[in-house]
Design a protein around this ligand. Sequence first.
Ligand code: FEO
Length: 398
Amino acid sequence: MAFSIKPHIQWVGKIDWELKHFHGEELSTHRGSSYNAYLIQDEKTALIDTVWKPFAQDFVANLKKEIDLHTIDYIISLHGEVDHSGALVELLKEIPDTPIYCTANGVKSLKGQYHGDWNFQVVKTGDTLQLGKRTITFVEAPMLHWPDTMFAYLSDDHILFSSDGFGQHYASESFYNDLVDQAELYQEALKYYANILSPFHKQMQSKLKALADMNLPIEMICPAHGIIWRENPMQIVQAYEKWCHQYTENQVTIVYDSMWHGTSLMAEAVAEGLRTENQNLTIKLFQMGKADESDAITEAFRSKAILLGSPTVNRSVLPTLSCMATRLKAASLQNKIGASFGTYGWSGECVKVLNAYLEEAGIALAHEGIRANWNPDETVLQSCRDLGKIIAQKCREQ
Ligand code: FEO
């Protein structure tokens, strides 16, 4: 399947409606995804990226329906991760000498993964590739989100091919941002940022500044996943500007797990206190034994405050909270406050452990935390409501 973006530019990727997890099982993709590859035909022909390995044979077969493979002059690999490079082996069986334009780190990543002695052509920021009337300018974007990542800007059409940046795991047959459900699109773009790009907010800040300084007219942004931004494409750049600078919404997220419902009661009491103090707060609860970690991280990213709850188990906390602590730390969250709560029977380490998790994640403790010995009684539940009120007040001050 191919789709014309312009008479001389075709999308030749794969829409993957069936994908429900990405990076193995690490990231949930409730709305599927796409692996976007682009074919640009000027006097010279360039292919930007390929697709994930399971679709490699279909990709090459479909490409053959569009073009004689031997007329491809250049392959451009914006990023070597397997979801974009996975069809290179299959493709290069047919056209083994075709030059592959990528960064120096791109060579390392492609060689490391595929062990191919391919015709690599290393490019760096400012290097250009003449296609005929049009020119591609390369812009390195290291750590967005691999060291090898780069963007490519196509003159005349004023298109930024942005690799994973500005992407979404969002399958759609509609292709363009103005043709899809706007709430779904925003949620998936935000989830992508929070789960994949948030650890690199400093690199994102400097890259967005560098792009602005280049003063390139941008009429379309073609990411490597999801829909293409054609209507007001700078809206996603502006959203990234916000997301990479201490982003918060008027929201609190409570992330907890429970064995016999005692910590659940505490979580609900904290939520009640938050709601009582400020009805304008958005309050989200995730019981991590049942909830999706990627969704919880997305909502934590949006929040002013993050509360963690777990019973004490074997002098620590439930493993679901330990997993979330790893993710919270990796996300490099900025500008958040937090607190902890949980039940215990005898040793009672839960709050101490959870507070340490918060601090390791760079989340400022706003309260020493609340422990309930055995099941929470009304006194403890009132303390939880009071904790909610205190957090709501501090959120108002933020
Ligand atoms: Fe979509 Fe980092 O690969």
